[in-house]
Design a binder for this molecule. Structure first.
Ligand code: ARG
Length: 463
């Protein structure tokens, strides 16, 4: 019966049975019970301090909420869709336990300020947990980069062999991306850390509340400055979904590389058995399912961002029920991304690297051509001319099926009199990487220095 609802006063007919389910969000927002209770505690204490509730009521509310929290944790309180969401499930339970004092808790409050307070509190915690996951993966990548500071692999552009790089350098590129990801979460957290409580339904409340008190009690930096904005704003959900999406995109790129590297054509790496599966028909198969799934889940995470952008874009101020969809999207993005970060952090330490295959691949495809052009430039030839000479050398080598470093004096002379055998003979992938020894370069020495710097930052929790 609608009469049984907390809002049932003006209703005559019961809620349609399917509407009861369709309207409910408890399956998604039930996870915020701790935050809902924390918000109610702060609100009740504030009401008491301001003389809006009696001390006795406040005491009953606080002890009732404590019992309810324990009971929910123990699985003793089954939530019901008839009570729609976590806020009304808890409030109804409180009133059932303590009577009138429970009915007074919602004074000067609306579910509109309550839900966004709870969501901010919940996501604040999840952001902190996400940071730990990101830093853990960064640590794993840094360790791996250190062990592969000297491992040479082909660097690609257009997925064509470009120049040799070190695997350590390549892995550290992802450490940089993850640092920016972590920064995006931190930025979003700082912006969302304002307290909506006291905004009530949309306009504020006629009671003499103390918004600074509740904000402080709940660890917010300040109360939200505009009540309409406070209850309408879902920027924090959008920002966090964007942060999740970008981080997932980074992991998806890494996934794509790992999948390529494990293919029979590359054979650069092998992933541990524990993170792969076989085929039900092809006995030889060992499939990189984990990176494939991470790549696949990225679509869903981005989907959540797009869904919420579309949801919010047409909403007039202030609260609209559409907003209820926010939690499913953002909670799912957090769950999925945490899983992706975790599976990579667990999987990568067991990755086998075939250094010889990588080095040989790096040495093919004329990857040292730029270094030959650089040698000509050092001999006083303008770069554009040097580029042209080396281009002709490459064409000559392709025709004669040899590598640049195999060009003898006669071959050099046939191309250009300024091209010398000692220039081609010196070409090696080791020399190429070692030569790029400046900040941000691929040289083993730089990689080791970067690993040290990252290790210090991660240990100091400054990543
Ligand atoms: N379950 C709702 C949500 O998640 C809570 C807010 C409901 N407010 C309202 N006026 N119906 O958005």
């Amino acid at each position: 019966m609608a009469k049984d609802k907390l809002w049932g006063g003006r209703f005559n007919a019961p809620t349609n049975e399917f509407v009861e389910q369709f309207n409910a969000s408890i399956d998604v927002d039930g996870r915020m019970f701790r935050e809902d209770i924390a918000g109610s505690r702060a609100h009740a204490r504030m009401l008491g301090q301001q003389g809006i509730l009696s001390d006795d009521d406040v005491q009953q509310i606080l002890s009732g909420l404590n019992d309810i929290e324990k009971a929910i944790e123990a699985g003793e309180i089954p939530f019901t869709v008839a009570l729609e969401d976590v806020h009304m499930n808890i409030e109804a339970r409180l009133t059932e336990k303590i009577g009138d004092a429970g009915k007074r808790l919602h004074t000067a409050r609306s579910r509109n300020d309550q839900v966004t307070t709870d969501t901010r509190l919940f996501l604040r915690r999840r952001v902190d947990e996400m940071q730990v996951r990101i830093h853990t993966l960064q640590g794993v990548l840094v360790n791996l980069a250190r062990s592969h500071a000297d491992t040479i692999m082909p660097g690609f552009t257009h997925l064509q062999t470009a120049q040799p790089v070190t695997l350590g350098h390549h892995l550290l590129a992802y450490v940089e991306m993850l640092a920016r990801d972590s920064g995006r979460f931190a930025d979003a957290r700082a912006r969302m850390n304002q307290c909506p409580l006291g905004s009530a339904a949309l306009a504020g409340t006629s009671f003499p509340i103390d918004r600074a008190y509740t904000a402080k009690k709940l660890g917010f930096d300040a109360p939200c400055a505009n009540s309409l904005d406070a209850v309408s704003d879902r920027d924090f959900v959008l920002e966090l979904l964007a942060a999740c999406s970008i981080c997932a995109v980074h992991l998806s790129r890494l996934s794509e590389e790992v999948i390529l590297w494990m293919s029979a054509q590359f054979r650069f790496i092998d992933l541990p058995d524990a993170f792969c599966t076989g085929s039900s028909i092809m006995p030889q198969k060992k499939n990189p399912d984990m990176p494939e799934l991470v790549r696949g889940k990225t679509g869903g995470i981005i989907g959540g961002l797009v869904a919420m952008l579309c949801t919010v874009k047409a909403l007039p101020l202030a609260y609209n029920k559409d907003m209820q969809e926010d939690k499913g999207a953002v909670f799912d993005a957090f769950d999925q991304l945490e899983g992706c970060l975790r599976v990579f952090a667990d999987m990568l330490p067991g990755m086998q690297v075939n250094k010889e295959r990588m080095r040989n691949a790096a040495a093919s495809g004329f990857s040292t051509a730029t270094d030959l052009a650089d040698a000509l430039v050092r001999a006083g030839i303008p770069f554009r001319e040097a580029h042209e000479i080396v281009g002709r050398s490459v064409a000559w080598c392709i025709e004669h099926d040899i590598e640049l470093h195999q060009m003898d004096a006669a071959a050099c002379a046939a191309i250009d009199h300024r091209l010398k055998k000692d220039m081609t003979a010196k070409l090696s992938v080791e020399a190429c990487v070692a030569a790029r020894n400046h900040i941000g370069g691929t040289a083993p020495e730089q990689v080791r220095a970067q690993c040290d710097a990252w290790k210090n930052k991660l240990e100091a929790h400054d990543a």
